[in-house]
Structures are given as C-alpha cells and as structure tokens.
Design a protein around this ligand. Structure first.
Ligand code: SF4
Length: 494
C-alpha cells in the first residue's frame, strides 16, 4: 500500500480509524457524509481554485496514477514551472502537493499548502506539510521554502475580490525542519500499522468520550455499547472523570447509571426522565419566563450561508450571509397568526432587501422569539454594522430577543425523548407531534444553506429551481411555525 498524507493525518487522530478506512471501507463509509462534511470538502476545493490565481503560470497535474507521477518528474526537470498537484510516490508513501514552485535563487522548490481556514491548526496543518517535505526529500527534491497559504480573516471585501489580501502566507520552514525527524519516524510506524491485514486489537478509546467524538466505526468496534448510552448524557464528554467511572464499572445503559455517581442537574433529569418515564415541567418557571414577553410576538428565524471566499462587500471569510427569513407574528393572544417570508433569489448581497423586508414586518414594540439567541443576535449585529442605517433597528430587535430554547436548556421542561438535547428537532416531536421535518425535501440548516448557494449559482434546472425555492420556504416556515406551536403548547399547560 501507499500511505497518503490524508490517511497519515487520520492515523495521527486515531490509528484504528485510519486502519478501518483502508481495510474496512464498508464500515468506514457505511454512513453517508453529512451536509457539513460535504460542505467542508466543497469549500476546500473552491478555496484551492481561488488560491491558484496567485500563481498565474501554474500547470495542473491531473490524476494520481503513474502517468501523473511521470508528468510530475518531467515538469520538475524543466525547473521553470509552477506545478499544481504534482504527485510523489516513494517507499510506500504518496502525496500530492498543492503548489510546487521553482526557486531559481536557491535552485530548489518551494511548497505551498493551501488551507481553507482562517487560522493555522498546528496539530494538522504542520504535520500535513512535514509529511510532504519528508516524502519530497526521499524523492531527492531540494525543498527551499515551506509555506502555509490560508485565508486572511482580517480581509474585508470592498469591490473586486483582492486575491492577494484574501490569503495569508505563513513561512513555516523552521517549524517543519524542527519536527521532520519525528514525523519521518512516525510515518514509518504509521505505514507498518496500517499495512497490517489483521484488525488492530485493543479497545476503542472513544468509549471514554462523549457521543459527538465517536467516529463512524464506533459501533463496529464497540458492539456492546447500546444505541442510546451513557455517552449521550448531556455534556458527559466534558466530564471525563464521570464517564470513565461509569465505563470502568461496565455501566453503558442509562438506566444502570442512576445512583452510581453524582451527576449534574441536567444529566440527572435526563436519567430520571428515561428511567421513570417522568416528564419534568416547572410551570412556575415557564410562567415567569413568559411573563417577560410583550405582544406582538415575532417568531423569527434566519437561514444563512457561510462563504469561505467573501462574495460581497463588507464580508470577510466565513461571515454568515443571511439569505432567508421566516416570521410568524401574533399581534395579541387572541389574534390570528400571520406569516411573512423572504428568500433572496438574486446573485447579489441579500442583506439590503432582506432587511428592508424585515423592517416592514417587525415593529418597534414586541418580543422577538428565536431558538438559540446567540445565532440570530449575531446576525442582527452584523447586519447593523454592514448597513449602518439599520443599526438602531437591529439594536432594538436584539434588546427584545427571547430565546424559547432556554425553556428546555434551563431544564424547565424535560422529556425522555429529548435525550438530553434542547434542539428544536428533538423538542417538536414531543410537544407538537403532528408537525415534523421528516418528510421535507430540505430538513436542516446545512442542506438549506447548500441548496440556496446552488440556486443562486444557477446549478438547478428551471423546474428544480422552483422546487428547491419552495422547499427552502417550507423548511424555514416550519422553523418559526414550530416555535409558535411549542410556545402555544407550553402556554396551554400553564
Ligand atoms: S470510535 Fe474513536 S477510538 Fe474508535 S476508531 Fe473511531 S475515532 Fe478511533
């Protein structure tokens, strides 16, 4: 086998997971990539394409096969070309370099690794580069420069995209040279480990981590751990000692955990709800929270797109672009519920039109109800900065925000089916079982975000575009209608 730099990095994160990827792809790839994972891959490709503009004469090597390797050797021998994705293979290692540029002053080559992130992640990016340098040196290439090319978070777009300002180039040669011998040794160890045909022995150390840390092969390696286990207890991943105590006592089922150790309030509530099928409702606390509300009530939700490459003036890398909102308005407790929506269909900045529409529906009085206020409040603040004429409006809105999620995160209502979460996707089926996201074409924010970008980039046929625009509206509308219905159900039991 040839160990790629991607698998070496995966090995550094978890040797067993890397082994599973290579030898048991049926298990490793059993679950489909999430929208978030797909977005990360697409973003990486997009940023790489943009970064290549910094090297206008670069030549791309396509493929990873022997032909590509020979083409690489050919171009390197010419010593006059910048090469994108040259392929190197030697002693069981393989890597494609993002950019290899001839350095005539030192008669060597400079490596540039392109990362679609705002920051350098030393645990990943430097090891990724060190792997490449070690391999290039094995191949007899004189490496005279080692650089990380990543997005510059300070850059704010103003007019035409400034490619030079969009990126930061960090010279990391010294750091890489310092770690090279350690990395070379580790590469040999990784190659030996990953070449073994037999599945590695030993337990999966993730049994000591919360559910969100488990990889796609966790179930295969830990068949004794139930689907819903102590790993799903609220924030148990941050209470390492507690989880270790449970696991070392062979406690995996939530009902076995009761009374074993001292849990946090939310963890104990989750256990009680599960074990005794008990619904905890603190009516007095909910009533107190609701007494803060002022009519009209505005149930508001944004959908956003975080673009790595700033698309419009005033945006930096990964700033969220609000492109859609849904708003349900209840003027008085007795009024009929009104619904408003906005979906930007143009390829220009959605903000001015979105804000104009929002201002025509949200008045100067009344509570603005959202689910997880840090998100909506941050978008409001950012829009106020980008459109200074609307700053006061958004300050007023933010001053009136009421986070309905807090009823659940503050433990005023706990149900076993929430499974320790206060996500609207968990709360809705319990409080309003007749409403569901399950049958929708777009079911969650990540898909909405991707769908909108494809829509405005003209990636859909006419018919598909109509269907997707409608699906976006239905999805966002459900978010705010769900909030209204949850609010109503809670009100009804007070
Ligand atoms: S579950 Fe954790 S320890 Fe097990 S293979 Fe996956 S990442 Fe590695």
């Amino acid at each position: 086998m040839n160990l790629s730099k991607t698998d070496y990095i995966l090995y550094r994160e978890c040797p067993k997971n890397a082994w599973m990827k290579i030898h048991r792809p049926d298990v490793y790839y059993a679950s489909e990539l999430s929208e978030f994972e797909k977005h990360i891959i697409e973003t990486g490709n997009e940023v790489e394409l943009v970064a290549r503009q910094l090297f206008p004469s670069g030549v791309l090597i396509e493929g990873r096969d022997e032909k590509a390797r020979l083409e690489t050797l050919d171009l390197i021998a010419k010593k006059d070309q910048t090469i994108f994705q040259p392929i190197f293979v030697k002693d069981g290692f393989l890597a494609a370099v993002d950019v290899l540029k001839y350095d005539p002053e030192n008669d060597g080559f400079q490596i540039y690794e392109i990362k679609a992130s705002n920051e350098v992640d030393e645990k990943v990016h430097l090891y990724d580069l060190a792997f490449q340098v070690a391999l290039l040196r094995k191949c007899g290439i004189k490496v005279t420069g080692i650089n990380l090319l990543h997005l510059n978070k300070e850059y704010v777009r103003d007019g035409e995209l400034d490619i030079i300002k969009l990126f930061s180039i960090d010279d990391v040669r010294e750091a890489i040279e310092d770690m090279l011998s350690v990395v070379s040794d580790e590469m040999d160890i990784a190659l030996a480990y990953l070449s073994a045909e037999k599945e590695p022995n030993g337990h999966c150390c993730c049994v000591y981590k919360g559910r969100s840390s488990h990889c796609s092969t966790f179930k295969h390696s830990n068949p004794h751990v139930p689907e819903y286990s102590v790993h799903d207890l609220n924030r148990i991943g941050s209470s390492k000692k507690k989880l270790m105590e449970l696991i070392d006592s062979n406690v995996f089922h939530i009902h076995e955990a009761d009374g074993r150790i001292v849990f946090s309030e939310s963890q104990q509530n989750q256990i009680d709800a599960h074990v005794y099928d008990r619904v905890l409702i603190k009516k007095d606390m909910i009533a107190e929270e609701f007494s803060k509300l002022e009519y009209p009530l505005y149930f508001l939700d944004y959908e956003t797109f975080p673009s790595a490459v700033p698309l419009f003036d005033g945006y930096s890398s990964y700033n969220q672009i609000p492109f859609q909102y849904s708003l349900h308005v209840l003027e008085t407790p007795e009024s009929e519920l009104k619904s408003y929506e906005f979906l930007h269909m143009g390829s220009d900045d959605p903000c001015p039109a979105l804000v104009e529409s929002l201002q025509s529906h949200i008045g100067l009085k009344g509570s603005v109800i959202v689910w997880y206020k840090p998100f909506e409040k941050s978008r409001n603040t950012e829009m106020g900065i980008r459109l200074p004429g609307c700053k006061e409006f958004f300050e007023s809105v933010n001053g009136r925000v009421f986070d309905l999620m807090e009823i659940f995160s503050k433990q005023y209502y706990v149900h076993k089916d929430f499974k320790g979460s206060s996500s609207i996707k968990k709360v809705l089926p319990v409080l309003v079982p007749e409403l569901s996201y399950k049958e929708l074409l777009i079911k969650e924010g990540g898909s909405a975000s991707q769908a909108w970008k494809k829509l405005v980039d003209g990636k859909y046929s006419k018919e598909e575009a109509v269907e997707i625009a409608n699906a976006l509206k239905v999805y966002c509308n459900l978010d705010t209608y769900a909030m209204y219905m949850i609010f109503k159900r809670l009100n009804d039991i007070l």
